[in-house]
Design a protein around this ligand. Structure first.
Ligand code: CTP
Length: 444
């Protein structure tokens, strides 16, 4: 046990503190924790709340994800817990872990207390059953390596995580931590920036050493992708991006990636535009903001390099599409949409195929007020515009259903966007005009 290990006097005091904080969490969580407590007593098992939930509980930060460690079979415990809720659990037998997703949306992760050894740096560890202390010792930072006993509510804090929370310090548990698991470089920055803490000097030295050894480039890219996405999902990720650049760099994404002052200023505009969108269009689907920030981060790369990053990171089809469509925007597109005389139908045709994420990235990139206004007009007016005529109306005009229906609707919509028709009568008269002129869209 470390010299900063648990002392029983503190254990009693901590217990009272923990019970007091637990009494203040939302009722639904408290009742879940109560159930876990009763099950632990009934089965005579040592069961603990661990990790981020304990950290955030002490910090009084909202966290709804319960992380449970059992000295024993975690999956069996999870199965018995899930049964009365009538929900299924997802188990990963090779790791001894299970997740129970409750109907309310609350998530409980269970695992058997584990010991880890790393056969090679930056590779996945070999895992075996262990005691709580082994399980806490394999973790990233002292602030994430505390547990609360579900038998009696006491805080188990072998590495003085609480002291580090009080002193706002990010501290690894041992010298090989970043070499064993270099994703912790990004995690250290994330927690440091999120809570406004400091990476303490020795941890910082170890982190920089791992950075110099290019340890991030040795991790499987899919693990790096997951950690990077978590960074980009933080409130204002620019702080994290600056700090990662300063401490370890971004070559793990692509050797040509150049994160510079230009990137930072683009990020600032992106943060502003994301706020603008969320404030003005709360009813629209929520943005994948991490993808917007990824577009920002990858801005210095060409289309081919971006495709390579997508492949390497195993991004999904829709994600790849959004990232590449941003890169395919031409100079002409920007010039056209920056012209105050451009017709609304043209604005609609240009922006409608693009995702909100791409549109926001463009608004952040091109600071032309006309261009920005056209994007706002698209989102506010054009995107929701509907026409009155229907298939029945076209049928009534003697048109046989077929592909020309869609073309006629598009033509009517264009006229409506441009203010050339206003109501159903004018829409029908436009269609009659097209019919009389035997307009080419009526052919097949
Ligand atoms: N953990 C670790 N090393 C990692 C990832 C996770 O030691 N590379 C441990 C930490 O103890 C962490 C716990 O696993 O607290 C759960 O991981 P995760 O859910 O990713 O992190 P949280 O601490 O819950 O952080 P967040 O608030 O960002 O969800």
């Amino acid at each position: 046990m470390s010299s900063r290990g648990l002392n029983l006097g503190c254990r009693q005091r901590c217990k009272e503190g923990v019970l007091k904080i637990l009494s203040k969490i939302p009722e639904e969580l408290r009742s879940l924790i109560n159930k876990l407590h009763k099950q632990a007593l009934a089965e005579n098992l040592k069961v603990y709340l661990v990790g981020g939930f304990v950290r955030d509980l002490i910090l009084r930060v909202k966290n709804l994800d319960l992380d449970i460690v059992i000295e024993g079979d975690g999956i069996k415990f999870a199965e018995r817990f899930a049964m009365p809720f009538g929900v299924k659990l997802t188990a990963h037998r090779q790791f001894g872990t299970a997740t129970v997703l409750l109907k309310s949306g609350l998530k409980v992760d269970f695992s058997s207390a584990r010991k880890e050894s790393y056969p090679k740096p930056a590779h996945l560890p070999i895992v075996s059953y262990g005691l709580l202390r082994d399980d806490l010792f394999r973790r990233d930072f002292t602030i994430n390596a505390m547990a609360i006993s579900l038998s009696d509510g006491s805080l188990v804090d072998y590495f003085d995580g609480r002291g580090d929370l009080v002193n706002k310090k990010i501290r690894v548990l041992h010298d090989l931590s970043f070499k064993d698991d270099p994703t912790r470089i990004l995690r250290a920055v994330r927690f440091e920036q999120r809570y406004d803490f400091n990476i303490e000097p020795k941890t910082l030295k170890l982190l920089k050493e791992a950075g110099k050894l290019k340890m991030l480039e040795k991790v499987h890219p899919h693990r790096m992708r997951d950690e990077l996405i978590l960074v980009l999902k933080e409130g204002n990720p620019l702080k994290e991006i600056r700090r990662i650049k300063q401490l370890a760099g971004f070559k793990f994404i692509h050797p040509n990636l150049n994160v510079s002052v230009k990137t930072y200023s683009y990020f600032k505009s992106l943060e502003k535009e994301v706020k603008w969108f969320n404030k003005n269009y709360p009813q629209r689907r929520s943005l994948d903001t991490w993808l917007i920030y990824l577009m920002g981060l990858l801005d210095s790369l060409n289309a081919g390099a971006i495709r390579n990053v997508c492949e390497k990171f195993g991004l999904r089809k829709g994600e790849k599409k959004r990232l590449s469509s941003y890169k395919q925007i031409t100079h002409k597109f920007i010039v056209d949409l920056s012209n105050s005389k451009v017709k609304p139908s043209r604005i609609f045709a240009s922006l409608e195929p693009l995702s909100y994420e791409t549109i926001i990235s463009l608004r952040a990139k091109y600071n032309n007020p006309v261009f920005k206004r056209h994007i706002a007009d698209f989102l506010e007016i054009y995107n929701g515009m509907r026409i009155f005529v229907s298939g029945n109306d076209l049928h009534g005009l003697g048109l046989v259903p077929g592909p020309q229906y869609q073309k006629i609707f598009a033509q009517v919509l264009n006229a409506k966007l441009n203010g050339e028709v206003k109501d159903k009568r004018e829409e029908l008269s436009l269609i009659r005009e097209l019919l009389n002129k035997r307009h080419p869209i009526l052919r097949g």
